[in-house]
Design a protein around this ligand. Sequence first.
Ligand code: TYD
Ligand code: MG
Length: 453
Amino acid sequence: MAKTKTQFVCQNCGSNSPKWLGRCPQCEEWNTFTEEVVTKPNNKVPGVVASKSSNKPLSLSQIKTEENPRIDTFNTEFNRVLGGGVVPGSMVLIGGEPGIGKSTLALQVALDLKGRKVLYVSGEESLEQIRLRANRLKRSGETCLFVSETALENILLHIEQEQPELVIIDSIQTISTDRMDSSPGSVGQIRECTAALLHKAKASSIPILLIGHITKDGSLAGPKVLEHIVDTVLHFEGDRNYMYRILRSVKNRFGSTSELGIFEMQTEGLREVSNPSELLLSQNSQSLSGTAICASIEGMRPILIEVQALVSTAAYGTPQRSATGFDLRRMNMLLAVLEKRAGFKLAAKDVFLNIAGGIKVDDPAIDLSVLGAVLSSNFDIAIDKKICFAGEVGLTGEIRPVNRLEQRIREADKLGFDEIIVPKVGKPIQLKGTKISVFQASRVEEAFKRVFG
Ligand code: TYD
Ligand code: MG
């Protein structure tokens, strides 16, 4: 009998080596090598048959395009992130932390796809559990078929027999093929199964939606190669203690990656949030010190976000600084700018910062409202509820221009704000059809003189 050959595979990036290594030379991660048995792929298995007829190179005009309209998922937020619906034959990967709502989203999409046959493969839940969840979502979905299965070959067979219009697989980490001896969820298995499924999707034009888990450090569990193989990678994120969930597109071969979908987790499933601003602003009509509102842009949509800060005298020697939903280093930099350029003494103060609603913001235009909230808490003077901000702050204390200023101003006007403080960009801004007054400031001192007098 031939000796079984083994190799060591990095569970992070998929590189291999004949002997065990403590640190992967390719991705430089520690302790990621595990031993896997090398098996020659069996070419008789469907999905990995090498094509015998080789393709002839063609010019663009020779390439036939079939009228392949996207599949409308009847979920506006999901459609938006995909770029207008599911493209036939494409492979979409939805990643997210455990318990964030990936299965709920997938099931909702499956049950809402009216008049189309959907195959929902679950490797994690039993059929009874899915039934209970569907009851909870108050949906029936007559055209959706369910199967609890983890063997790749059986899944491919089900797809072949049922010929559905969409396949959902929950999750890729639970699927395995007998062609490999490694356990489900290992790099080899994930790579092999995804490649076989991709082949099926492309060959049959049936789109496949994969669900993938995310590791503690926020990357998709399994090799990075997974992200390269699929057409679209979506991240489902949010703070589990809050109800908002954001679906972000990280990679999309068929659409823009700057779109995002916003959902609210309710007892009856995920609700699409089409007007996020109203939800993220706290409903307090009173003005309170330590809050400032930013006219932000998330994806392509303007959202008004409330920034909250608490500044207090440090009880111990070293002041504490903490930020939730905002980069701590950036906050420290902004505080240093305030201290050095505008003369506010904050070195001996504890500063806590929080973005309302548990969302993460990377829009640089939020800088000005971060400083606004910090100063407001420091002076204990409330900023008028009818004022909002949009501006990036530079190291010299200058307020730098931000993108889509007009869209931000219009959103603030629509939500009834009286004034918006923005960077100075040449001539005064007055947008047609808006009542909001636009105050342009070139430096932070100027902006805060206007607000606090
Ligand atoms: P789930 O979709 O199972 O998460 P994932 O597949 O990403 O691990 O969702 C889990 C959470 O969602 C669970 O903690 C309960 C909550 N939930 C609701 O609040 N309402 C609902 O209708 C459903 C189905 C789940
Ligand atoms: Mg799940």
